[in-house]
Write a protein that binds this ligand. Structure first.
Ligand code: GDP
Ligand code: MN
Length: 382
């Protein structure tokens, strides 16, 4: 789950990291009042969207008067950054910058542990630094039994600064960032830029936290940070129905039971020259209602040209799925061809149910996927 910068800043501030306090504004007038309340000569007005690179996109601007804050907020609000519309801005006192660094904690698959990364080349995309000057990124794998140890934090901080006073501040921030990362159940927590001011203070000017969805259940306070308004409506609806749905760009709608089979199905769609329109896992025990919701979500995507069911009946009963398909086609017009592959538990009943309404089911996964790809391309009818 993504959260907004202003929310991530609060998490970091709570962990004791120095973060300039800001005020969120939803209108230009509110941005003006925010600057008046802050009572500072300069503020930065920042778009609050779930995307990085806002600075480059014109979503981070310096204002030197409340009137200018209002004017700039007016420009930023309503702007789209990476297809996301800006509905709120954060107004923060501007900080003077002597240098910009990157610090972050991320779950690293290869080392099966969190890794703390730092780079003196901060401010810009860390992906760009990694691609062009990988020698400027320094890493420390963390043993989760002990956390980020003081000497490890110091060694990393020395990669950022020569001045010991700054090194100590940065080391302290790194340890607190690691704590915040663990406490939030995050898969990523980063500060970019972490800046040193001309006066020698080290402060966080931007914050990004991505929370592992599996950690949300035991962290209601973090789960409450979810901003449904900015999420894909189909994904929100799917989550409400306990379906795992991720929208993609292709035209073959996929409805599969089990995450592994869903991945394999997408691979096979690609193998046969098609593009999946989504990832969708209807879960282990799928009652017909889930299938109805799944079909509603898939057909709501105008790009979908064919719908592929791939069901391996284990705990999932094929007849449940078949009933779901039939119910859905009665409830609303499914105006796209459906290609069904099912095998396993109650397969025969399922075939009977489907044939009762003039539908066919295949048992071979390759054949079904290939057919779905062809149909989506406007080829053979289902
Ligand atoms: P991002 O582009 O989405 O990562 O947004 P950031 O919050 O990182 O801002 C982008 C850039 O704007 C930073 O790298 C800074 O160079 C600049 N910036 C952000 N806040 C301030 C500030 O308080 N003072 C100054 N001088 N520059 C800032
Ligand atoms: Mn940034």
């Amino acid at each position: 789950m993504n959260i907004h910068e202003y929310q991530a800043r609060e998490l970091l501030a709570k962990a004791g990291i120095p973060v300039p306090p800001g005020i969120v504004a939803a209108t230009a007038a509110e941005a003006r009042r925010a600057m008046e309340r802050l009572g500072v000569p300069k503020v930065v007005v920042k778009a609050q969207v779930h995307a990085g690179g806002r600075g480059k996109a014109g979503g981070v601007k310096l204002a030197e008067s409340p009137a200018q804050a209002e004017q700039l907020a007016g420009q930023i609000l309503g702007m789209t950054i990476k297809a996301l519309t800006v509905t709120r801005v954060l107004v923060v006192p501007a900080t003077d910058i002597a240098s910009e660094a990157y610090v972050g904690v991320v779950v690293d698959r290869a080392s099966r542990a969190p890794v703390v990364m730092v780079s003196p080349a901060g401010g810009i995309d860390i992906e760009e630094v990694a691609a062009r000057t990988p020698e400027k990124i320094f890493r420390q794998t963390v043993d989760t039994r002990y956390g980020l140890l003081p000497h490890q934090a110091m060694a990393l901080a020395f990669r950022l600064y020569d001045d010991v006073a700054k090194v100590r501040q940065a080391a302290d921030i790194l340890q607190k960032l690691y704590r915040a990362f663990v406490d939030a159940g995050a898969s990523l927590a980063e500060i970019n830029p972490l800046v040193a001011t001309p006066a020698g203070a080290v402060v966080a000017l931007d914050a990004k936290v991505v929370v592992d969805d599996n950690e949300l259940e035991r962290r209601p306070d973090i789960a409450a940070l979810r901003d449904v308004a900015v999420e894909n409506p189909a994904e929100v609806e799917a989550r409400g129905a306990s379906l795992t749905y991720i929208k993609l760009d292709g035209n073959v709608g996929c409805c599969v039971n089990g995450a592994g089979l869903a991945m394999a199905t997408m691979d096979l769609v690609k193998y046969y020259g098609g593009e999946p329109a989504n990832f969708l896992d209807i879960g282990g025990s799928s009652n017909p209602d889930k299938v109805v919701t799944a079909l509603k979500i898939i057909t709501a995507d105008p790009k979908v040209k064919a719908i592929l069911f791939n069901i391996f009946g284990g705990i999932t009963r094929c007849d449940d799925v078949a009933n779901g398909i039939v119910t859905a086609t009665r409830k609303f017009a499914v105006d796209r061809p459906i290609i069904i592959r099912l095998t396993g538990t109650n397969e025969r009943e399922a075939v009977r149910i489907l044939e009762g309404v003039g539908m066919r089911a295949l048992t071979d996964m390759d054949a079904a996927v290939e057919q779905a790809v062809q149909v989506a391309k406007g080829g053979a009818a289902a």
